[in-house]
Design a protein around this ligand. Structure first.
Ligand SMILES: [Ca+2]
Ligand SMILES: [Ca+2]
Length: 230
């Protein structure tokens, strides 16, 4: 009798794990296959500092198939720090935010209210394991931005986890997507400049916004030498 009970428990656990696959996210620099590094490899979903203006892509994947619904949302004030956007194509809104593994008829839909701003997603019954959706992200402001990952199987109101970005002043002064000699040249043109003030801060070269462009700003600039924003 006891053995029978144990057997039943094992069967329930096996069935439950087969039914509850895991939906996960990966973050890349946009239009590349370069993954964004975690701040600490042992702590998931909290990424290394990124510069304002950085363009990323968030891929939603699953290790199981079948119907699923959820979404990616900026909750509450987070929309002051970042933007989510889907990919339109072939005249279909968000049409290119869907991967074939999400199934024929899967959907991505823009949705917002006073509290949430982002995208609802659903697969169909013929979805298979793999990459399902891609949503783009732009860091728009200095500060912390959290993107909520929602799984309707878990909660309709609270994210199952948040993807966290810490956003700092850009070193890509000319906005061409990479920190290199062109930015250094602009930095050099402001070297020892005083009287910098906001919002421009000497075209962004006064990185510690103390009014002058000096060795401390150079150090902050060099920390991101050859870093890319997309
Ligand atoms: Ca640049
Ligand atoms: Ca300074």
């Amino acid at each position: 009798m006891k053995a029978m009970g144990l057997l039943e428990s094992v069967i329930i656990i096996i069935v439950a794990s087969a039914a509850c696959g895991e939906v996960s996210t990966r973050v890349y620099l946009r239009d590349s296959n370069i993954p964004l590094k975690l701040a600490d490899p042992c702590i998931p979903h909290i990424y290394q500092d990124i510069m304002v203006g950085t363009r990323l892509s968030i891929i939603v994947s699953s290790d199981t198939g079948g119907y699923w619904s959820g979404g990616l949302f900026l909750v509450d004030m987070n929309h002051n720090y970042g933007d989510l956007s889907c990919r339109d194509c072939n005249g279909i809104e968000c049409g290119c935010s869907l991967f074939p593994a999400a199934g024929e008829g899967a959907g991505v839909l823009s949705w917002e209210n006073d509290y949430l701003n982002g995208y609802i997603m659903n697969t169909t019954n013929d979805a298979i394991a793999g990459d399902w959706f891609i949503i783009d992200y732009l860091a728009t402001n200095i500060g912390d931005c959290n993107v909520g990952v929602f799984d309707d199987n878990v909660s309709l109101e609270l994210p199952v986890y948040e993807i966290s970005f810490h956003q700092i002043r850009t070193r890509d002064f000319n906005g061409d997507g990479v920190v290199n000699f062109a930015d250094l040249a602009l930095f050099a043109s402001y070297w020892q400049q005083t009287g910098c003030n906001g919002p421009g801060w000497c075209e962004g070269t006064d990185l510690d916004i103390n009014g002058k462009v000096d060795a401390n700003d150079l150090m902050l600039f060099c920390d991101y030498w050859l870093e890319r924003t997309k």
